[in-house]
Design a protein around this ligand. Structure first.
Ligand code: MF3
Ligand code: CO
Ligand code: CO
Length: 267
């Protein structure tokens, strides 16, 4: 596969799909409380996507090579779960942190975004990991402009995460996105500045760092999807879909409920 450059018409469709994905997160936010199950969160999001937005939940039955079909409409990754957690019957308890990852299809185009949520009050350590991971995502976003290199993104993320004593998950990365859920290029969340392909206007891709409080190593659960930290340390993730513009970057997955840029980012 090669990197697609979106036309102005395609960019407009990406803007719509991406805003809608973010609005699913806005919608589910007030339901994230101790006592609710992740399966109930999935049902709430599914109904909103299908019945209110008229979007298609891209994860449902998604089957990349080597995988079994994904059984739900969203991903919910709790505490030591890194990504691709399958919603189920387990209730959230006070102090849990979780990532909710939403991908919708609207008019043939994908929008992909995730945020961290707290059930009740998180520990100081969990809050800090969540905040630093958010800063990592934004520091990556801020490197994006025509002429920048893909490696600049990973370098910014890795540098900030490791300065705090955290580690960057290597096995999963950001990705081009558009008509397909996962397109070229792969957007690594670690690496060296000035390496990798040169960014050009019209590219759309995600930046979605997974940062572990402990070691970087992960393993997959027997369900074939859920990824957890090998050392059971907490993991956090945030995700935006972005567009390379003529002059810099446009974050496409913004909505009324999206948190503001962190103070560490100035532009
Ligand atoms: N939304 C995830 C990503 O950011 C992919 C989830 S694949 C699924 O790339 F099948 F688990 F939904
Ligand atoms: Co993604
Ligand atoms: Co996602």
């Amino acid at each position: 596969m090669s990197i697609s450059i979106k036309t102005p018409q395609e960019i407009e469709k990406m803007r719509v799909a991406c805003r809608l994905a973010a609005e699913v997160l806005d919608h589910v936010q007030p339901f994230v409380r101790p006592g609710i199950t992740t399966g109930e969160l999935d049902a709430i999001c599914h109904a909103y996507m299908v019945d209110v937005q008229g979007t298609i939940p891209a994860p449902l039955h998604y089957t990349p090579p080597g995988y079994t079909p994904y059984p739900r409409s969203i991903c919910t990754s709790v505490n030591q779960q890194v990504c691709h957690g399958i919603p189920g019957e387990k209730k959230l308890k006070s102090g849990d942190i979780l990532n909710i990852d939403i991908t919708v299809i609207k008019d043939g185009y994908h929008g992909d975004t995730s945020r961290m949520f707290f059930a009740g009050e998180p520990s100081i350590q969990a809050r800090r990991l969540t905040e630093v991971t958010y800063e990592c995502m934004w520091l990556g976003i801020e490197t994006v402009r025509p002429g920048a290199h893909l490696g600049d993104i990973g370098h910014a993320i890795q540098t900030h995460a490791e300065k705090q004593g955290y580690s960057v998950v290597r096995e999963f990365c950001g990705h081009g996105i558009g008509r397909q859920f996962h397109e070229d290029p792969q957007v690594l969340h670690y690496g060296r500045a000035g390496t990798g392909i040169t960014l050009a206007p019209g590219m759309t891709f995600t930046i979605e760092p997974m940062i572990n409080a402990g070691r970087k190593d992960i393993r997959q659960l027997a369900d074939g999807w859920t990824i957890v930290t090998k050392d059971h340390s907490l993991s956090a993730q945030w995700e935006h879909t972005v567009l390379v513009t003529d002059t810099g970057v446009e974050v496409l997955t913004l909505s009324a409920g999206a948190p503001p840029k962190p103070a560490i980012v100035s532009r």
